[in-house]
Design a protein around this ligand. Sequence first.
Ligand SMILES: [Zn+2]
Length: 42
Amino acid sequence: MDEESLHERLYGKKPEEVKYGEPCPLCGSRIDEFGMCACDSE
Ligand SMILES: [Zn+2]
């Protein structure tokens, strides 16, 4: 089973369909459940 299929089984949707909230206004990446983005940690 590939990673995408595993994720779909776990969460009932594909990775790109899982949304944690607003995308980061700086880089466009999804912000995680803590409201943090990797680009903001420097
Ligand atoms: Zn960012």
